[in-house]
Each structure stands twice: as structure tokens, then as C-alpha cells.
Write a protein that binds this ligand. Sequence first.
Ligand code: C2E
Ligand code: MG
Ligand code: MG
Ligand code: MG
Length: 286
Amino acid sequence: RAKADGRNTARFFNKHLKEEESLRLMLARDLEQAISGDQLRLVFQPIADAGSLRIVGYEALLRWKHPTLGDIAPDLFIPVAESTGIITSVGSWVISRALAAASSWPPHMVVAINLSPLQFRSGDLADEIIEAARRWNVAPCRLELEVTESATLLGFQRDNVLVALESLKNHGAKAVMDDFGTGHSSLSNLKDFAFDKIKIDRSFVASMLTHAPSVSIVKAIIGLGKSLGLTILAEGVETEEQLADLRAWGCNQVQGYLIGKPAETIIGSSLAMPVSSNINSFTDTL
Ligand code: C2E
Ligand code: MG
Ligand code: MG
Ligand code: MG
């Protein structure tokens, strides 16, 4: 019986893998049309100062509405775009649209853009970003470039990423390590890359209230970041309780559904609504 169960399990996974593979092939093919066909859009999630909850800027997050499959999550299609190389054109589209959007925001607001390591391959990514900022009249000091640590650590593109981030920093832009704590060599990445900010992965924030080790980890990351002079942001803040703890531990910035969900436009719900104390930051920006 155990053997039969094992075979069924194997068959289930094989079938599942094949289906997943054909889905990936289909997505890879359809992504080519997504840019020209107006199926991509950006949404913007607020980044707030932890103490005052004042909005300091927005992170651009990519959305794809597939003509037949509907909304597809970036966690699913970004890896596909990376595997086919089309991430370069998708990434360029994101850079130019994010800067176009930021050009109409209050001038003190930062715009955070997620970058895939493959975008660094050509070696002219820094120039492309600075040129787009110039075209849209967005001061480079308003730019925050997010790189996930899994990306930087692979060795893969590591030197290109180092050089490009250095060049962007020389123009006044900030380098941000995204999803901190989920990679495999966090500390050597912190040592080698001159990051200005780290974003604590939301998996740690999510388990903070129920899992004592997560509390220790979050506190330790905040302490480490502080001693390195970095800005610390906690991702995925969903409750007042999480916010209170993060503030007490000295976290500088927060992002999450409590402060605002990603939204099409920054005028309206994402700024005005979610947290009562947030209404102040809305009127402050007007
Ligand atoms: P990320 O950069 O770490 O973005 C945070 C993700 O967490 C977003 O998911 C956001 O919608 C979600 N999130 C924010 N606050 C909360 C919360 O309070 N609770 C929960 N449960 N989730 C929250 P999203 O938009 O699905 O993006 C997933 C990932 O896809 C991003 O993670 C980023 O790594 C990647 N991505 C998104 N847009 C781009 C892009 O333009 N270029 C590249 N290369 N990657 C992108
Ligand atoms: Mg990010
Ligand atoms: Mg993240
Ligand atoms: Mg992520």
C-alpha cells in the first residue's frame, strides 16, 4: 500500500510539473505581447516613516492582466521573464513608467523600483536609469533601487550589480536590499554592497506575533542595520500591534496593508484611508 501511495504521489508531482512547465512556456510566449498590448501596468505601494506614518514615497509593483488567464502574480511571471531574457524589455518599461509617474508626485517623494539581476547584464543599466530620471525631471536622489538578496548572492551578475549600484549611488540614488534574511549569505552581501537601506522580509514580520525567534531576528536585524548606519524598513506590516513593536525596536520605515495596499494612483485611497493617523500625512502632502 505504501508503495502504491508513493507511486501515486510521484505521478501527481509529474503531472503537476508538466502542467507547470506548459504554463511557463505559455506565459513566456504571451509576455512578448504583454508590453505592446497594454497588458502591463504599475501599481504603487506607500512607504511610510514608522514614527509619524508620513508617506515618504512609493514602491512600483508590476501587474500583468493576461487576456485569457486574468491577473498573473509577479512572483509567477518575473521568473519566466528572467528565463527567456524578456525581463530586459519588461524592466525598461518599468523604469520609464515608474519615473513618468514619479514626475507628477510631490517632489520630496521617493520612487522605489525593483530590479532583476538580469537587467544588470548589459552593463548600461545605471545609464539607462539616470537618463530616464533626467528625461522625466526626477532628481536621482529620489530614486531607490531594490535588489533582492537572492539575486545579488548568486555570484551571477555580482560584479555588474556592484558596479551599477556604485554608479547610481554616485548620482545620489539609493541602493536597497529587498527581502532581507531570505537569501543565503545576507551578511557577506551587506559587507560587499554599499546598501543604504534594508527591507526586512515580510515572512519575519508575519510570524513576529506568534513566534519568539522571529522577534529576536527582527530585533537583531534592526540593531545590525542601525550599527551600519542603514535605514531599516519592515515589509508586510498588517496590524497595529506589529507597528507598535517595530517602532519600539527602532525600525525607521514601514510598508504593508496597514499603511496602504498597492494602488493604481497615489491620489486617493492609498494615501488617505487605511490608518486613522495616516490622514495627517495625506493633508501634509497636499
Ligand atoms: P517585493 O518587492 O518584496 O514586494 C512586496 C510584495 O509584498 C508585493 O507583492 C506586495 O504587494 C506584497 N505586500 C505588500 N504589503 C503586504 C502586506 O501587508 N501583506 C502581504 N501579504 N503582502 C504584502 P507583489 O506585488 O505580488 O510582488 C511580488 C514580488 O515580485 C516583489 O516582491 C518583487 O520581488 C517582484 N516584482 C514586482 N514588481 C517587479 C518589477 O517591476 N520588477 C522586478 N524585477 N520584480 C518585481
Ligand atoms: Mg521590492
Ligand atoms: Mg520585499
Ligand atoms: Mg519579494
